[in-house]
Design a protein around this ligand. Structure first.
Ligand code: AMP
Length: 145
């Protein structure tokens, strides 16, 4: 899918926001949802999305949405760091299929990294739901209030 085009309400993250398919929530408010990636590239891989915007990518997004999202990314990344003590932490965001985007609802990846531990491949290897729930609880416990 190119950078241009209409937002598809049937995309998987739209379904998660509407509660039509399950996800493992880390935290949410009226505008933002942080949840565990089911095909994690590392332990503690979290996705952050807007619950209200129909932006497909960074280029579509309203400035206000981006402001809320990047604040939510920082809040979540701080909690991931506090909970899991990674040596580093990657934040990624893909725009268009050629850039690696597979779900066309704007999202940020937070991927903790440890020295000597290779990065898993993007979108491969489904995680155990109970393990994701345990990680989400650990991360949520370290959110700054
Ligand atoms: P991207 O390739 O940047 O569009 O990222 C989409 C991400 O969504 C990938 O990392 C997938 O592992 C992840 N993903 C796909 N389906 C789900 C799902 N149902 N719940 C959580 N994460 C998902």
């Amino acid at each position: 899918m190119s950078l241009d085009g209409a937002y598809d309400d049937g995309n998987i993250f739209a379904k998660i926001v509407r509660g039509e398919i399950p996800s493992v929530t880390v935290w949410e408010d009226d505008q933002v949802l942080a949840f565990m990636d089911v095909f994690p590239q590392s332990k503690g891989h979290v996705l952050v999305i807007s619950k209200t915007s129909k932006a497909r990518n960074l280029l579509d997004a309203e400035a206000k949405t981006l402001g809320r999202l990047i604040g939510a990314v920082q809040k979540t990344a701080r909690a991931v760091r506090a909970a899991l003590k990674p040596d580093g932490l990657v934040v990624t965001q893909f725009n268009g299929a050629p850039a690696g985007q597979t779900v066309f609802h704007l999202h940020f990846h937070i991927i903790p990294r440890w020295d000597g531990v290779p990065l898993g491949r993007h979108g491969e290897g489904m995680a155990d739901t109970d393990a994701l729930k345990a990680l989400a609880a650990q991360i949520a416990d370290r959110l700054e209030r």
